[in-house]
Design a protein around this ligand. Structure first.
Ligand code: DGI
Ligand code: FE
Ligand code: FE
Length: 189
């Protein structure tokens, strides 16, 4: 990763790896090596840039939706998972999936997928100015992981709406799932 990523993205990747590992410890998750590998590799396709990401996805081919074709950076997780499997010889499907879904999330994520998704948002190099709800979400991630999912998605969707950026239906589907989960948990308590 140090060889292929920019200095900043390399630090971000290490930071995601250790933040995710800290969360994994907090939830008594056993396989910390798996968490570290997923964190280190999650953005391995991002430095390729939009043009090459889209071109590689189309030639492999990986499925590309219309929203993804218009916003190719949304594909860096999917292409990253492909590269992790085919270039870095990662066979663990949970690692590959945590890389694939780290930008939009998806319903019913595994603990590993949630560690990577949340660590990506809360890692120490993230700036408060550009990351809505950062301080609160950092704390909640270590206490109520599904509620933290809900908050990240809510803040991301608000930011996308306010900046008039196109929303991938997958991001909305993920939010609806975790919002519903949060509501139904609330009714139980
Ligand atoms: O690659 P990173 O910057 O470390 O993090 P990431 O892969 O989670 O990407 C974060 C960006 O993705 C953030 O600016 C919000 C954006 N994003 C998340 N869901 C959507 C989205 N952008 C668009 N256009 N549509 C989405 O649904
Ligand atoms: Fe990313
Ligand atoms: Fe990232």
């Amino acid at each position: 990763m140090q060889k292929i990523l920019s200095g900043k993205r390399y630090l971000h990747s290490i930071s995601v790896a250790y933040t995710a590992a800290s969360m994994a410890m907090c939830y008594q998750y056993e396989d910390l090596r798996q968490v570290i590998i997923a964190g280190l590799l999650h953005d391995c396709a991002k430095q390729l840039g939009d043009g090459i990401i889209l071109e590689r996805c189309l030639t492999i081919p990986l499925s590309v939706s219309e929203v993804e074709a218009r916003n190719p950076f949304l594909l860096h997780g999917k292409l990253g998972a492909y590269i992790a499997k085919n270039e870095y010889e990662i066979e663990d499907e949970d690692i590959l999936s945590s890389i694939e879904w780290h930008t939009t999330g998806k319903p019913n994520m595994t603990m590993l997928e949630k560690f990577i998704f949340l660590a990506d948002y809360i890692e120490p190099y993230r700036a408060q100015k550009t990351t809505p709800g950062l301080l609160q979400i950092r704390e909640i991630s270590f206490r109520d992981i599904d509620y933290a999912m809900c908050l990240v998605l809510e803040n991301t969707l608000r930011y996308l709406r306010e900046s008039e950026t196109e929303i991938d239906p997958q991001t909305q589907v993920t939010y609806d799932y975790y919002k519903e989960l949060f509501n139904s948990k609330g009714e139980q308590n």
